[in-house]
Design a protein around this ligand. Structure first.
Ligand SMILES: Cc1cc2nc3c(=O)[nH]c(=O)nc-3n(C[C@H](O)[C@H](O)[C@H](O)COP(=O)(O)OP(=O)(O)OC[C@H]3O[C@@H](n4cnc5c(N)ncnc54)[C@H](O)[C@@H]3O)c2cc1C
Length: 321
């Protein structure tokens, strides 16, 4: 399996995108892989990566997700999902970004807000979720969505699975995957206690917390009756569905002055949202005659700071040698 994943990591994206496009579940069954590999690992992994328990997603998007996993494995943003937009905003001049401002209508030269008046502008880029974008830009397609429910628990004692993500290949309950997230990112630990985050894909059962606890008890092999529920977050329209045929590069330039980006223009991931934002920014700069986009310095995070420090040390060691 490891060798197959390494091979996949080396396949050029264009070659993956030239493969026939089928529902991922059908493509997976046709690949001639042992049933144990498919059912015991690939199916639950892809369901987790795509937030799609039925694997109705385009096989091309599934291949891209698996290739990304094979080349980079899994990660979470240190400090929580909001860290990434906060880092991006921090690289801009102070006062550039205003939050808590709801936009009610747009034109190429005007943005109208609910409580903050009107803003004149030279171009508008709508970077909302798909449904809000269609509200602001009538005629824009609204895709189907996959619902996601995340349940956070804490406990006196952490399960002994370390920093691993546990996938449920047996479909023995509502939990698709679960992890002791505080072992991966200690900054998320609630008051020094373990944080166990579990994800339910698709429509959740009625009493989701009770069903999740019972399932977690079997998955982790320990009692969960004394675990404390910290939060249950249900997002009905969490991830835009990518059924075949899926257009991986939906237009981001609607007309000169009006642009749209987000996960619904690319792949339904943070990566897809960023990529579509990059495409839209390039189109805006071209239309404004501002020249090509410059390559930004990588954002400095704790992880990159550590990696840079490590590589500086390696360089120094190499120079000394
Ligand atoms: C529970 C959950 C788990 C997920 N897990 C993963 C994962 O593991 N990996 C992964 O890659 N992706 C994951 N995703 C998907 C990922 O979060 C999205 O694909 C990504 O956030 C899309 O980014 P975006 O910028 O397109 O839109 P969003 O992140 O939805 O941002 C849109 C913004 O627009 C704002 N907005 C909306 N309407 C208006 C308005 N009228 N005026 C002003 N502002 C407005 C919203 O407040 C929001 O801040 C997950 C999603 C959920 C819900």
């Amino acid at each position: 399996l490891s060798a197959a994943l390494n091979r996949l990591a080396g396949v050029p994206v264009q070659r993956l995108l030239a493969r026939p496009e089928l529902p991922a579940a059908v493509a997976l069954a046709n690949r001639g892989l042992p049933a144990r590999t498919v059912e015991g690992f690939l199916r639950p992994l892809l369901a987790a990566l795509l937030c799609d328990p039925g694997l109705t997603t385009s096989s091309r998007c599934a291949d891209l997700a698996l290739r990304a996993f094979a080349s980079g494995r899994l990660c979470v943003p240190e400090g929580g999902a909001e860290t990434l937009p906060e880092l991006l905003a921090r690289s801009l001049p102070p006062g550039t970004v205003h939050t808590g401002v709801r936009v009610t209508s747009i034109a190429t030269n005007l943005v109208t807000t609910a409580d903050h008046g009107e803003l004149r502008c030279r171009a508008v880029l709508v970077a909302t979720d798909a449904r809000a974008a269609a509200g602001l830009l009538p005629g824009l397609r609204v895709p189907g969505f996959h619902p996601v429910t995340v349940v956070h628990h804490t406990a006196d004692e952490a399960p002994s699975t370390g920093a691993f993500l546990l996938l449920d290949a047996d479909r023995g309950g509502p939990v698709a995957h679960t992890a002791v997230v505080s072992r991966v990112d200690p900054s998320r630990s609630p008051a020094g206690r373990p944080l166990i985050s579990s994800t339910v894909l698709g429509a959740p059962p009625q009493d989701v917390d009770t069903a999740v606890r019972a399932h977690l008890s079997r998955l982790y092999g320990m009692s969960t009756t004394r675990w404390e529920t910290l939060a249950v977050h249900h997002t009905a329209e969490a991830v835009p569905a990518m059924r075949p045929p899926h257009d991986l590069r939906r237009p981001v330039r609607l007309l000169a002055g009006l642009y749209v980006c987000g996960d619904h223009r690319d792949t339904s991931t943070v990566q897809g949202a960023l990529h579509s934002g990059h495409r839209a920014a390039s189109a805006i700069l071209t239309d404004l005659g501002a020249g090509p986009m410059h390559a930004a310095e990588p954002l400095r995070t704790t992880a990159t700071a550590t990696a840079t420090a490590a590589s500086d040390e390696e360089e120094e060691e190499a120079a000394a040698a």
